[in-house]
Design a protein around this ligand. Structure first.
Ligand SMILES: NC(=O)c1ccc[n+]([C@@H]2O[C@H](COP(=O)([O-])OP(=O)(O)OC[C@H]3O[C@@H](n4cnc5c(N)ncnc54)[C@H](OP(=O)(O)O)[C@@H]3O)[C@@H](O)[C@H]2O)c1
Length: 271
C-alpha cells in the first residue's frame, strides 16, 4: 500500500468503529480536526499569512479526511484570513477522472462577510463554466460543490445574498439570539435539508471552541501536532478563559506519527 492508501485505510477503521447511528441522530457525524504547534497555537497572529504547521504526510491525511466527509465546515474568520480552497487536490485522481470527491464547503458567517473574490467562489464558478460549456477535459474534473453559508436573520446584506444565490451559493438564515450561530441548528439543517451524512470541522479557533464546548455533538477529534514552536499566535481555543469543566477529554485514544508530525485521535467525553 502507498501512503495515501494506508491513510485511507486508517480513516476507514476509525469511521467503521464509531458507534454513531445516523438514523437516530438529528445531526451528521462530526469530526473536529486541526493542526497545532508544540506550544498550542493553530496559526500566527491574526491577519498574518497562513502558517504551515502540518508536514506533507499529515496534509495528505487532511485531504483524505476531506475526501471521506460530505461537508467541511469553517468559520468566516478562517475564510477571510487564509482564503482556503478546501478541496482534495493532493489526492491521486484529483481532476483526472479518479475516484475522489471534494467535500461541500460550509461557512459560519453571521453577517455575510463572505468575499466575492475568494477562491471558494472562484473555483466553483470556474468548475461550473467548464461543465456548462463542455470545455475540453471537463468530464475528468473533480466536482466542486457550491458553498453553503449560514447567516443570522436580520444581520446580513440581502443584496449581497442575492448576488451569491445567483451564482448558485446556498444561503441559510438562522434566528440568532446571541452573537454566534447555534451550531446544533446548523448541523440539523445540514442533515435535514442537504442530506449531509458527515462533516469535518476544520476551524479556526472560535469554531473549535464552539464545538468543544458542545462536545456531545462531536464523534471524532483528530489533532495534528507539528514539531515546531512559534512563541505567539492564535491558540487552538482562541482568546479568553474557559471553565475546564465545560471541556471534554478524549477516550479510545490512538496516536501515530506521519512524517515528523504526531497525530492524536480520540472520542470526546465529558464523563
Ligand atoms: N491550524 C489549523 O488547523 C487551522 C485551521 C483553520 C483555521 N486556522 C486559523 O484560525 C484562524 C482563524 O480563527 P478565528 O477564530 O479568527 O476564526 P474562525 O473560527 O474561523 O471564525 C470565527 C467566526 O465565525 C463566525 N461564527 C458564526 N457562528 C459561530 C459559532 N457558532 N462559533 C464560532 N464562530 C462562529 C463569527 O464571525 P461572525 O460573527 O462574523 O459570524 C466568528 O468570528 C486563522 O488564523 C487560521 O489560519 C488554523
Amino acid at each position: 500500500m502507498n501512503q495515501e492508501e494506508k491513510i485511507k485505510y486508517l480513516l476507514e477503521e476509525i469511521y467503521n468503529n464509531s458507534n454513531f447511528n445516523f438514523d437516530k441522530s438529528p445531526y451528521p457525524e462530526v469530526t473536529l480536526t486541526y493542526a497545532q504547534t508544540l506550544d498550542g497555537f493553530i496559526s500566527g497572529m491574526p491577519n498574518t499569512p497562513p502558517l504551515l504547521i502540518s508536514g506533507k504526510e499529515s496534509m495528505l491525511m487532511t485531504h483524505c479526511l476531506r475526501n471521506k466527509n460530505d461537508a467541511i465546515m469553517i468559520g468566516i474568520g478562517t475564510l477571510l484570513n487564509d482564503n482556503p480552497q478546501l478541496n482534495v487536490r493532493q489526492l491521486s485522481g484529483f481532476n483526472n477522472g479518479g475516484d475522489v470527491r471534494n467535500p461541500q464547503p460550509v461557512i459560519l458567517d453571521t453577517k455575510l462577510r463572505f468575499p466575492l473574490n475568494c477562491k471558494l467562489l472562484n473555483n466553483y464558478k470556474e468548475y461550473k463554466l467548464n461543465v456548462e460549456q463542455k470545455i475540453n477535459g471537463y468530464e475528468k474534473l473533480t466536482e466542486i460543490k457550491p458553498p453553503i453559508i449560514f447567516v443570522a436573520e436580520g444581520l446580513y446584506d440581502l443584496k449581497k445574498a442575492k448576488i451569491l444565490k445567483d451564482y448558485g451559493i446556498k444561503i441559510n438564515e438562522i434566528k440568532c439570539n446571541g452573537s454566534q450561530l447555534d451550531i446544533s441548528k446548523v448541523l440539523e439543517i445540514l442533515k435535514s435539508t442537504y442530506n449531509i451524512r458527515n462533516v469535518m470541522v476544520e476551524g479556526g479557533a472560535q469554531v473549535i471552541r464552539s464545538f468543544l464546548m458542545n462536545s456531545q455533538i462531536i464523534q471524532h477529534i483528530i489533532i495534528t501536532i507539528g514539531p515546531l514552536y512559534i512563541g505567539n499566535g492564535v491558540k487552538a481555543l482562541g482568546f479568553g478563559d474557559i471553565e475546564k469543566n465545560s471541556l471534554p477529554h478524549l477516550e479510545h485514544v490512538q496516536s501515530l506519527t506521519l512524517g515528523q508530525d504526531i497525530i492524536v485521535i480520540g472520542k470526546p467525553t465529558m464523563s
